[in-house]
Ligand binder design. Structure first.
Ligand code: RIB
Length: 304
């Protein structure tokens, strides 16, 4: 049916470097790009490019970066009428370095993203009248996201909560999310150990389910994805691609997962969609700019 994303939108200032700099070191980079990012908007861009009607709810500041980011995101297949221009905050910024091994380091200045309040909850509720999936992350205030999650559950929508960047969560976060999608580092923050294989991911999933979560989806990076609910569990092997930039791969995963669930696909198939979208996002530079099209995703899904 349709997807709503509530979350952050940033201007990403991305440098490509031979390796990530050591403390105190000055490095020459090879190139620089400026693209829209933010975990929230990246998930929306992913869902939109996969062909599902997608609405994004967020905020930018009334400044040059805000104007620039709004111009750029107008090209995506995302309804951006839910972006508020906040006269009292700066636009969110991310300063990113990507090395030759495709690894990244990101510093976020939240700005308007952390000024979300009950207005975002109201706009999310309105958007959910025509949608069946809500995607949330943690680059905007948790209380606002949890209020939106409650509204979504009352309206019968599925809530996919990406605990990124992770902090320990209150009990209601596990109870209001249908699915939670931590990577290894985020899982460690939530459960106290970092899973490095399927068995450890299963242990972590048990803990999350014990807190009231319906479905744990644990992203193990290049190893694959483990998922578990009360009735099923499984593991999706990674898709082989030529990775050049891992920025927003996790966001692409959530966009793909959300689209597949909104279309009524099974959990196992939806995880495959997420894994394929995440893999494809590593093959192109930038954040929202790296999201795959539906044709690209379907092509990769056919390979296994
Ligand atoms: O997940 C990648 C995103 O994290 C980037 O687009 C950056 O803006 C930060 O929010």
């Amino acid at each position: 049916m349709a997807v709503v994303v509530l979350g952050s939108i940033n201007m990403d200032l991305t440098t490509y470097v031979p390796r990530l700099p050591a403390p105190g070191e000055t490095l020459f980079g090879s190139s620089f790009i400026t693209v829209p990012g933010g975990k929230g908007f990246n998930q929306a861009a992913a869902a939109g490019r996969l062909g599902t009607p997608t609405q994004f709810i967020g905020r930018v500041g009334d400044d040059a970066f805000g104007k620039g980011v709004l111009e750029l995101v107008a090209d995506e297949s995302v309804d951006i009428s839910g972006i508020l221009v906040d006269p009292d905050s700066g636009t969110g910024l991310a300063v990113i370095s990507v090395d030759e091994a495709a690894e990244n380091a990101i510093i976020v200045i939240s700005g308007a993203n952390m000024a979300h309040d009950s207005q975002e909850v109201a706009r999310t509720r309105e958007a959910l009248q025509t949608a069946n999936v809500l995607l949330l992350q943690m680059e905007s205030p948790l209380d606002v996201s949890l209020a939106a999650a409650q509204a979504a559950r009352e309206m019968g929508a599925t809530v996919i909560f990406d605990p990124a960047p992770a902090t320990p969560l209150p009990p209601e976060a596990y109870q209001r999310a249908n699915l939670m999608t931590p990577n290894e580092l985020e899982t460690e923050v939530l459960v106290g150990f970092r899973p490095s294989n399927q068995a450890e991911a299963a242990q972590a999933a048990e803990i999350l389910l014990g807190r009231g979560l319906e479905t744990a989806v644990i992203k193990l990076g290049a190893q694959g994805v483990y998922y578990q609910s009360a009735t099923e569990s499984g593991f999706v092997e990674p898709f082989a691609v030529n990775a050049i930039d891992t920025v927003a791969a996790g966001d692409a995963f959530n966009g793909g997962l959300g689209v597949a669930l909104s279309e009524g696909k099974s959990l196992a198939e939806a995880i495959r969609w997420g894994a394929a979208a995440g893999a494809l996002a590593t093959t192109k530079p930038g954040a929202s700019s790296s999201m795959p099209t539906r044709a690209e995703l379907e092509q990769l899904l056919k390979t296994k």
